[in-house]
Ligand binder design. Structure first.
Ligand code: AMP
Ligand code: ZN
Length: 475
């Protein structure tokens, strides 16, 4: 099937053409592990996952690299000055930088798995690729792109790279006008950035390495150029990240890489829009107060409901998070799960139909392949559920495919629902359920629906299983 994606570089939706037929290599900027991931970071990870699953379902062999940033990310906008985020996090937690890197990487991966995100093929840590980053800076030095600011570091001279700023349509001047930070006075151009930072003279940092320029640590952007080239080669298909990364981080990655690899280094740039709060503010770790996936768990939501909420939106549009939106997503998600539970317990599932399967498979895969329109795919899933011409066997096979594509674990949750014993419901709910069974036996569907609505309104869900109707208390 044709795959189309919005390419930030061309500002157009383009048809995807792989560098190597049947293969897709992509790099996504991963977490900075100085704190828990917030649900905004995780939104970006869910979109990465959909991108990957969509390619897999289209028959591609996918190689996914995601870095773990455990060094070099300073607190200023351009990450070249201010405090070191890792050192700050370590001081806050009264632990070593190495300990917090491990702790928050493990916590991140717990959330990653809990959201059913397929793990990357490679997950390199920046601190494991210091020599590759030093080699990158050496190459740029040989090519004449660098200069030293004494006592500060080795910097990239952006005026030497003619295509600087192309990703966001900016120029050197344009980016300067948009800049919000006080620039280091030693820089030749405001957009110049650190490739290697020197450790302060009178201070021993917890993370520092020797280099041809003295003891220090790499600039934030170096890791992504060095590790992607090492693991994906000098040219690869797709590079992704949150929308904040295009203006500085990805712009600088391109400036560091293309003098070495030749242009274009990456074929398609895909950026995911932010998760914001009700007032439109970006969710961010540096503000200190943010929602992690733990808040979602603590409120009793299935984490799949968060994934479902994200898939109801489009990656190019900001999404305002609220608990009301979660409640609406929860009702929608559970409704599908309940229907799948009923299909699974159908005593006469019928013969699987390949032709019906193919029709709906394509109807569901097409919108996702067309610039990742997941919400449209969910509409198709609901229509398929309503189609009474498709039997249970075919629907089950379709849900196996839907679970592979969208990762929403419908079958797993439906099986769990079917395995649940009826909880002890109050007598009046049991009476309503019994009346509903009678109505169903009499084929009085309107009455049965009415009784289901009454049970629902009282805070219970009735699920039809092969062993009869069961009652489950709503979360
Ligand atoms: P960080 O851990 O801050 O380095 O960010 C990891 C990923 O999450 C990056 O791709 C960011 O662009 C992305 N990101 C950060 N904040 C948000 C947000 N509020 N919504 C969506 N993605 C975000
Ligand atoms: Zn990056």
């Amino acid at each position: 099937m044709t795959i189309r994606l919005f390419n930030t570089m061309s500002r157009k939706i383009e048809e995807f053409k792989p560098l190597v037929p049947g293969k897709m290599g992509f790099y996504s900027c991963g977490p900075t592990v100085y704190h828990y991931a917030h649900i905004g970071n995780l939104r970006t990870m869910i979109h990465n996952d959909i991108l990957k699953r969509m390619f897999i379902e289209n028959g591609y062999d996918v190689h996914h690299v995601m870095n773990i940033t455990d060094v070099g990310h300073l607190t200023s906008d351009d990450a070249d000055s201010g405090d070191d985020k890792m050192e700050k996090g370590a001081a806050r937690d009264h632990k070593s930088v190495w300990d917090i890197a491990k702790f928050y990487t493990d916590e991140f991966l717990r959330d990653y798995d809990d959201l059913n995100i397929i793990r990357p093929t490679d997950m390199p840590r920046a601190t494991d690729y210091i020599s590759e980053q030093i080699d990158l800076v050496k190459k740029l030095e040989e090519l004449g792109f660098t200069y030293e600011i004494p006592g500060d570091g080795i910097y990239y001279d952006t005026s030497k790279f003619a295509a600087y700023g192309q990703l966001t349509g900016g120029t050197l001047t344009g980016n300067r006008a948009g800049a919000r930070v006080e620039y280091n006075s030693g820089k030749r151009n405001p957009t110049d950035f650190a490739l290697w930072k020197f450790s302060p003279k009178d201070e021993k940092r917890q993370m520092e390495w020797d280099s041809p320029w003295g003891i220090g640590f790499p600039g934030w952007h170096a890791e992504c150029s060095a590790m992607s080239m090492k693991l994906l080669g000098n040219h690869f298909d797709i590079h992704t990240g949150g929308e904040d990364l295009s203006r500085i981080h990805h712009t600088n990655e391109i400036a560091q890489s293309e003098p070495i690899t030749g242009a274009p280094w990456v074929s398609y740039w895909v950026h995911f829009s932010f998760l914001v709060d009700k007032s439109g503010e970006k969710m961010s770790k540096s503000k200190g107060e943010f929602l992690g996936l733990e808040a979602v768990r603590k409120r009793g939501y299935d984490t799949m409901v968060y994934r479902y909420l994200i898939l109801l939106g489009h990656y190019q549009t900001q999404l305002a998070f609220s608990w009301e939106a979660m409640d609406a997503a929860s009702a929608g998600y559970k409704n599908i799960v309940r229907r799948v539970a009923e299909i699974l317990s159908n005593p006469a599932p019928g013969e699987f139909s390949q032709s019906e399967f193919n029709i709906w498979h394509d109807k569901i895969l097409a919108p996702v392949s067309d610039n990742m329109k997941t919400a449209e795919a969910i509409v198709q899933v609901q229509e398929m559920l309503r189609d009474s011409n498709i039997n249970a066997s075919t629907k089950i096979a379709l849900f196996e495919f839907i679970d592979r594509l969208l990762g929403l674990q419908f079958i797993d949750r439906a099986k769990k629902l079917n395995d649940l014993e009826s909880e002890t419901a109050p007598a009046e709910i049991l009476a309503l359920a019994a009346a509903r069974t009678t109505a169903k036996n009499e084929k009085n569907w309107a009455r049965a629906d009415e009784l289901r609505a009454q049970i629902d309104a009282a805070g219970w869900t009735v699920v039809d299983t092969k062993d009869g109707a069961k009652l489950v208390k709503k979360a």
